[in-house]
Design a binder for this molecule. Structure first.
Ligand code: A3P
Length: 324
C-alpha cells in the first residue's frame, strides 16, 4: 500500500512470491526498458563470453593460464578471497549481485575487442550454476575438462592432505572412499568431495540441457600431454582471431613433468607447486574399487556424449573396454 515503507512492501511481496527470494540474475541488456534506466557507466561488455566450469583437479588452472597468454583473451581480475576463481554462480557470492560480478571484468564500453572469460572449477557440479549461467549469459560458450574420475578423486584427496584436512591426514585414500554412513562428519564430507564431482554424466547433463550446442569437452589427459593441440581446438571453438600457435608458447619441462610456458632467454615458467603434485600411485584396491564405483556413471557419460555428438575422450574408451 501507499503507506508502507519499502522494507514492508518487500516483505509482503516475498510472502506472496516466496520463490523469488532466491534471485536469478538475467542479462540486463536483454530488456530495452532496463537499459533506459541503467546507469550509463554500466555496460554488458563487461560480461564474459566464455566460462570454464571445471570440475576441480582436471587441469583447469593450466587451461586458465594458457588462455590468458593470448593477447586478446582476458580473464577476470583476481578476487581477494577466492583468488583467480570468482565462484559467483555456485555459492554465496551470487547474492552479491551483478555489480559485484561485473567489477571483476576489465574495461567497459571501449573494450569490445577483448574476449573475456571466467574460470571457476566449482561450477561443474553445482546444482545451480548451469541455470544461473544460462539466465545471465545465454550465448556464452562453456568448457568442461574431463579426466578419469578415479584419478580426479585421488588428486582431490592429495590436495586436501596438503591443506591439512583432518580426515585426509588421518585416513588413507582407500579408507576415505570406502567409508560407511556411520563414519565421522569430516570423513564423510571429504568422501563426498572426492566422489561426487566425478559423476560426470549427472552434472554434464545439466549443462547440456541449457547449452547443447555451446559446449566444448576437453580431454584432461590430452590437455596435460598435448596442450598445443588442445589450445588450437579451444581457439577454433571460441572463434578468436588471430589464432596463436601454442607451440611457440608452451614446452614440456622434464623437471616439472608437465608443459610449462616459455619465457625469455629459454627459461620456462611452470604452474606452482600445488599443480602437478608428486605423490605415490593409487593403491590397487582403490583403483579396483573406483573402477567399479564409476562404471555406471562412465557408461552414462559415454551415451550422453554420443547423443549430443560430442567427442568421447580416450580415457573413457579405454576405461569401458576393460572387463568390469
Ligand atoms: P595433480 O596436482 O594432482 O597432478 P586444477 O588446476 O583443476 O586444480 O587441476 C590440477 C591438475 O592439473 C594437476 O593435478 C595436474 O595433473 C593437471 N595439469 C594438467 N596440465 C598441467 C600443467 N601443465 N601443469 C601442472 N598441472 C597440470
Amino acid at each position: 500500500t501507499c503507506n508502507s515503507t519499502p522494507v514492508e512492501t518487500a516483505k509482503k511481496y516475498f510472502e506472496i512470491f516466496p520463490k523469488e527470494k532466491d534471485p536469478l540474475w538475467r542479462n540486463p541488456c536483454e530488456d530495452s526498458r532496463h537499459l533506459e534506466i541503467w546507469s550509463s557507466k554500466k555496460s554488458c561488455s563487461k560480461l564474459p563470453q566464455l566460462v570454464v566450469v571445471g570440475p576441480q583437479k582436471t587441469g583447469t588452472t593450466a587451461l586458465y593460464s594458457f588462455l590468458s597468454l593470448h593477447p586478446y583473451i582476458r580473464s577476470n581480475l583476481p578476487s581477494e578471497k577466492t583468488f583467480e576463481e570468482l565462484q559467483f554462480f555456485s555459492g554465496p557470492n551470487y547474492n552479491n549481485g551483478l555489480d559485484w560480478y561485473m567489477k571483476y571484468f576489465p574495461g567497459g564500453k571501449n573494450n569490445s575487442d577483448q574476449y573475456r572469460f571466467e574460470k571457476s572449477a566449482t561450477y561443474f557440479d553445482s546444482p545451480y550454476a548451469a541455470t544461473r549461467v544460462h539466465a545471465l549469459l545465454p550465448t556464452a560458450k562453456i568448457i568442461a575438462i574431463l579426466t578419469n574420475p578415479a584419478n580426479r578423486s585421488y588428486s582431490w584427496y592429495q590436495h586436501m592432505k596438503v591443506h591439512e584436512d583432518k580426515a585426509a591426514l588421518n585416513h588413507s585414500f582407500y579408507e576415505v572412499i570406502t567409508a560407511g554412513s556411520d563414519s565421522g562428519r569430516s570423513v564423510k564430507s571429504l568422501q563426498k568431495r572426492c566422489l561426487e564431482p566425478g559423476k560426470y554424466a549427472t552434472h554434464l547433463y545439466r549443462w547440456l540441457k541449457y547449452f547443447p550446442k555451446q559446449i566444448l569437452i576437453i580431454d584432461g589427459n590430452q590437455l596435460r600431454d598435448d596442450p598445443v593441440s588442445v589450445m588450437s581446438k579451444v581457439q577454433r571453438f571460441i572463434g578468436i582471431q588471430p589464432r596463436l600457435d601454442y607451440k611457440h608458447f608452451l614446452r614440456y619441462d622434464s623437471r616439472k613433468g608437465f608443459f610449462c610456458i616459455i619465457k625469455r632467454k629459454g627459461k620456462s615458467e611452470c604452474l606452482g607447486k600445488s599443480k602437478g603434485r608428486i605423490y605415490p600411485p593409487m593403491e590397487p584396491r582403490a583403483v579396483e574399487y573406483l573402477n567399479l564405483y564409476y562404471r555406471q556413471h562412465n557408461l552414462q557419460l559415454h551415451s550422453l556424449l554420443e547423443n549430443y555428438g560430442l567427442t568421447v575422450p580416450d580415457w573413457l574408451v579405454k576405461d569401458l573396454a576393460r572387463p568390469p
